[in-house]
Design a protein around this ligand. Structure first.
Ligand SMILES: *[C@@H]1O[C@H](CO)[C@@H](O)[C@H](O)[C@H]1NC(C)=O
Ligand SMILES: *[C@@H]1O[C@H](CO)[C@@H](O)[C@H](O)[C@H]1NC(C)=O
Ligand SMILES: *[C@@H]1O[C@H](CO)[C@@H](O)[C@H](O)[C@H]1NC(C)=O
Length: 448
């Protein structure tokens, strides 16, 4: 006979197991994402970063936001900055309960790979590992980014090998730790001069260990009353056809002119693109200065912040109210978008024939990466010459001092389209936050 003394802990264990909700994992196979059960996964995501700090700690706030995200039809969020030492269980499990997956950036303000004097070193790697260590435990972690918009100019191509080196190392670490194969990718700024070279370079190795698991693009090309051809999406599609790893929009949602129609969603999830693209993440959840918000936590606040959840005049916590008609426009676009994709069992029959895309050749005055050059090793920094020489000379250890010079030259701010030619809100946020961070460091330095 079982005594209740024996049963109680068993019951308790059972209840705890039930509380940690089990959602099917997402895996990347060939050029597509799949749920474990073999159904193809298309991302309907939202960029979720309420302040520069980790938004996955405050359970009550997560839950208030999830209600509205579910109403919208979202099945993913993207978070740019997290604190790996914080406790994410409550938020992650609430998102899992709503069928919402996480794409999370491994880098943050102090660890991101830089375009200027790029390097990839042990400090960065260790911090990336901490984020992976924390988030690999959650069933609804769908993917991680090794960088966001590292390359932002035509001359920035020499940073690409460092992005790829980070992906190589984090994938090796993931496998060595016995974690599940959480897809490792990169989120690119939409720089015409780098297209399609960057996209192809990061996927072109014959060895899976030396390429990304997915590639994604922050693109604000489809604005207002546009079309598949007028927007340029047909060209994006053309250059992604036959791509060997999943590709999706890691930011989209042009906000000029208003209101936002999100018409591009019909193309992304429609017959033109559904066989190539795995969906999109809309920039962004919270309404703030850049005016990309889907929801607002209240009227903007004039004057200096009176408490910590008001920053730059916007309340960043509370009950979300939809920004209309944008919120409903997106909701109805997503309601209409229901690509079925292909069943994994069927798709597997063709995956053996998938070939890596061709590596882009190095061209003078253009893409400056020798496709045959070995990837940088940990501790290596760009030596200011061609990537070929960087690759072979292995100037390790020279990276430390170069980082102080982050390119604040590009910090033209004021919200308006900065150096990239297309509005690039995430970069703006990053620059603003890094400015804030450097002023904090400045204060600390003075104090010391
Ligand atoms: C597989 O799981 C997803 C997510 O839970 C669900 O939407 C889909 O219907 C499932 N597919 C099958 C064939 O059960
Ligand atoms: C597509 O690729 C070609 C080169 O293969 C390039 O010239 C063109 O700019 C690319 N278009 C887009 C939209 O990326
Ligand atoms: C690595 O680079 C970072 C800046 O990105 C720097 O703060 C750190 O000291 C460097 N670490 C090593 C081991 O060189």
């Amino acid at each position: 006979m079982f005594s209740s003394a024996v049963l109680a802990p068993l019951l308790l264990a059972g209840l705890q197991a039930a509380a940690v909700s089990a959602v099917p994992h997402i895996e990347a196979v060939g050029s597509k994402f799949f749920f474990e059960n073999g159904t193809q996964y298309y991302i309907k995501g939202i960029a979720y970063q309420l302040t520069p700090d980790d938004p996955l700690i405050d359970e009550a706030q997560c839950k208030r936001d999830i209600v509205r995200m579910s109403e919208l039809g979202a099945n993913a969020i993207r978070v740019y900055h997290v604190d790996p030492t914080a406790n994410h269980k409550a938020c992650m499990s609430a998102f899992a309960d709503a069928g919402i997956y996480l794409f999370v950036d491994l880098d943050t303000f102090t660890t991101q790979i830089e375009q200027t004097n790029p390097h990839w070193n042990q400090t960065q790697f260790d911090r990336f590992k901490e984020v992976l260590d924390e988030f690999q435990q959650f069933d609804n972690t769908a993917g991680v980014f090794v960088g966001n918009e590292v390359l932002t100019t035509a001359e920035g191509s020499h940073a690409a090998p460092f992005v790829l080196a980070a992906a190589r190392d984090i994938k090796a670490y993931r496998d060595q730790k016995g974690y599940r194969e959480i897809p490792v990718g990169y989120s690119a700024a939409d720089i015409p001069a780098l297209r399609p070279m960057l996209q192809n370079y990061l996927a072109c190795s014959d060895k899976a260990a030396d390429r990304l698991d997915f590639y994604s693009l922050n693109a604000y090309e489809w604005c207002g009353d546009s079309s598949y051809t007028t927007s340029g999406y047909d060209q994006l599609q053309k250059n992604a056809t036959g791509y060997n790893i999943p590709i999706f929009f890691s930011e989209t949602g042009c906000n000029q002119p208003t209101p936002r129609s999100f018409d591009d969603q019909a193309a992304i999830f429609g017959t033109e693109m559904e066989d190539t693209w795995s969906g999109s993440i809309i920039y962004e959840w919270i309404e703030e200065t850049n005016d990309y918000g889907l929801i607002s936590y209240g009227p903007s606040v004039a004057g200096p912040a009176t408490n910590t959840i008001v920053e730059e005049g916007y309340t960043r916590q509370g009950t979300p109210s939809p920004v209309q008609p944008d919120f409903n426009n997106l909701k109805s676009q997503w309601a209409k978008a229901s690509p079925t994709g292909i069943a994994l069992s069927e798709y597997r029959k063709s995956t053996a024939s998938i070939k890596a895309v061709e590596c882009p050749a190095s061209t003078s005055g253009g893409w400056a990466v020798d496709p045959k050059a070995p990837l940088p090793t940990i501790g290596e920094a760009y030596n200011g010459q061609t990537a070929t020489e960087t690759g072979s000379s292995g100037s390790s250890g020279s990276s430390g001092s170069q980082t102080a010079t982050r390119s604040s030259a590009t910090t033209t701010e004021n919200g308006a389209s900065p150096m990239i030619g297309v509005t690039n809100p995430a970069t703006e946020r990053l620059l603003a936050a890094s400015l804030a961070l450097s002023s904090i460091f400045g204060v600390i330095a003075l104090w010391l």
